[in-house]
Design a protein around this ligand. Structure first.
Ligand SMILES: [Zn+2]
Ligand SMILES: [Zn+2]
Length: 396
C-alpha cells in the first residue's frame, strides 16, 4: 500500500522535529487564553512553511491557510493548545517547568500533530482547494471555539468540512475511532443553594436544617437518571461538591451543592434539567427551606455529520487498514467545544489511541501522571495529510 510505505519510509524518520516541538510545548504549558508562547511558536512555524497566518482569533487562536489550484473547496483541521491547572507527577526531562500547570489532556500533542501535518501538506502534497489549520485556545471549559467563531472564524476562513482529533488513553496507540451522530456529551454546571434557619445543634426543632435537606436532595437526584431517563439513553448527574457548616454543634443557615450534568442528546439534556428543578424545589419545600438553582450551560452535545464521518473513516481505512480503524466507536460522556463548530460546519471529531491498558499511554487525561504518547504523532499527521489529499483531490 502506497500510503503505509510513505508512513514507514518517509514520515517516521522525520518525526523527531515534532517530538521536540511537542516536548517543548509540554515543558511550557499555558492556561486557557494565555497560550501566547504556544500561539507564537505555531504562527512562526506556519509562516516559515508558506502558510498565510492570522493570529489573535478568540484571543490567542491562530489560523494557517494554504491554497493550491483553482478550486474554492475548503477543509478545516482543528487542534487545541491549552493546558490544565494540575501539578505534574511524572519525571520526564520534558516535565512541566511551571508547578501546578501541565498538559494533562494532550493538547501539546494535538498541536504538534497538526504542525507535523502542516509541514507535510506544505511540502509535496498535491491538492486543489484551500486548507485552513485552526489552532484553538481554551478548550478546557472556557469555550475558545466560540470565541474564535465570535471573531468571525468561519466568515474569514469558510470551510466546507471541519475535523478535529483527540488522543484516547486505554486505546491501542495509533488506532482510530470514528462515530456518526452523537459522540460526546453536553456539559452543564449547576450550583444549588439551600437556605434554612440556623441554630444550636442541641435544639434542631427550632431550626430548618439545610444540611438534612441537602443530603436528601443528593439522594433524590440519583433517581433522575435511574427513573426518568430512558434506559437506552445516556445521562450523568454528579454531585461533585457539598459545602455546609463548620462545627458539629451548629446547624448552618446554608448548604451548597455543585453538580455536573451530562447528556448525549439535547432532549435528554432538557428532561434532566426539568426533573432536577422540580425535585430540588419540592424537596426544599418539604423540609421548609429555600432552594435556588444557578444553571450554567456548558458545551453542547457533539454531533458528528454522517457523511463527513464516513469519508474520514474511509481515508483512515485506506492509510492504515481496517485492523487499525474502529468505524463505530463508543460515545463518551466527556464534552468538547468543537461541538459548537460542528453546529456551523459539518464534520467529525475523531479519537486516536494513546496506548493500550497496562502501558504508560493508558494513564487517563486530567491525571497528574498523564503524558501524550509521541509515537502517535506520525500516524496522526499522516492521517491529516491523507484527509486533505482525499478531500481536495485533484480532478482528472
Ligand atoms: Zn481535557
Ligand atoms: Zn482535551
Amino acid at each position: 500500500m502506497q500510503e503505509s510505505r510513505y508512513l514507514a519510509n518517509a514520515l517516521v524518520p522525520r518525526i523527531g522535529e515534532f517530538v521536540q516541538i511537542r516536548r517543548d510545548i509540554h515543558a511550557n504549558p499555558e492556561l486557557a487564553f494565555d497560550e501566547h508562547r504556544t500561539a507564537s511558536l505555531v504562527a512562526d512555524k506556519l509562516t516559515s512553511w508558506g502558510y498565510d497566518v492570522s493570529t489573535g482569533l478568540g484571543g490567542t487562536g491562530v489560523v494557517g491557510s494554504l491554497r493550491r489550484g483553482l478550486s474554492s473547496k475548503s477543509i478545516g483541521l482543528r487542534a487545541d493548545m491549552d493546558a490544565l491547572p494540575i501539578l505534574e507527577s511524572g519525571s520526564s526531562s520534558w516535565k512541566s517547568k511551571i508547578p501546578g500547570l501541565m498538559h494533562a489532556c494532550g493538547h501539546d500533542g494535538h498541536t504538534a500533530m497538526l504542525l507535523a501535518a502542516a509541514k507535510l501538506i506544505s511540502e509535496d502534497l498535491e491538492f486543489d482547494g484551500v486548507v485552513h489549520l485552526i489552532f484553538q485556545p481554551a478548550e478546557e471549559g472556557a469555550g475558545g471555539a466560540l470565541k474564535m467563531m465570535d471573531d468571525g472564524l468561519f466568515d474569514r476562513f469558510p470551510c466546507d468540512a471541519i475535523f478535529a482529533m483527540h488522543n484516547m488513553p486505554g486505546v491501542e496507540a495509533g488506532r482510530f475511532e470514528f462515530r456518526k451522530g452523537s459522540a460526546m456529551a453536553s456539559s452543564d454546571n449547576v450550583t444549588i443553594t439551600i437556605s434554612g434557619r440556623g441554630g444550636h445543634g442541641a435544639f434542631p426543632h427550632e431550626t430548618t436544617d439545610s444540611v438534612v435537606a441537602a443530603a436528601s436532595i443528593v439522594m433524590a437526584l440519583q433517581t433522575v437518571v435511574a427513573r426518568n431517563v430512558d434506559p437506552q439513553s445516556t445521562a450523568v448527574v454528579t454531585v461533585g461538591a457539598i459545602h455546609a457548616g463548620k462545627a458539629n454543634n451548629v446547624i448552618p443557615q446554608e448548604a451548597q451543592l455543585e453538580l455536573s450534568i451530562r447528556a448525549l442528546d439535547t432532549q435528554v439534556r432538557s428532561l434532566v434539567k426539568e426533573r432536577i428543578e422540580s425535585l430540588v424545589n419540592f424537596q426544599a419545600q418539604s423540609f421548609g427551606v429555600q432552594a435556588s438553582i444557578d444553571w450554567r450551560e456548558g458545551y453542547a452535545v457533539l454531533l458528528n455529520a454522517p457523511e463527513e464521518t464516513e469519508f474520514a473513516t474511509n481515508v483512515a481505512m485506506k492509510v492504515f487498514g481496517a485492523e487499525r480503524v474502529e468505524p463505530n466507536g463508543p460515545a463518551y460522556t466527556a464534552s468538547e467545544d468543537f461541538a459548537f463548530m460542528l453546529q456551523k460546519v459539518p464534520g467529525s471529531y475523531i479519537f486516536i489511541g494513546n496506548g493500550s491498558p497496562g502501558t504508560q499511554g493508558a494513564c487517563h487525561v486530567h491525571n497528574p501522571g498523564y503524558d501524550f504518547n509521541d509515537e502517535i504523532i506520525a500516524p496522526g499527521a499522516a492521517f491529516w495529510r491523507a484527509l486533505v489529499y482525499e478531500y481536495l483531490k485533484v480532478q482528472g
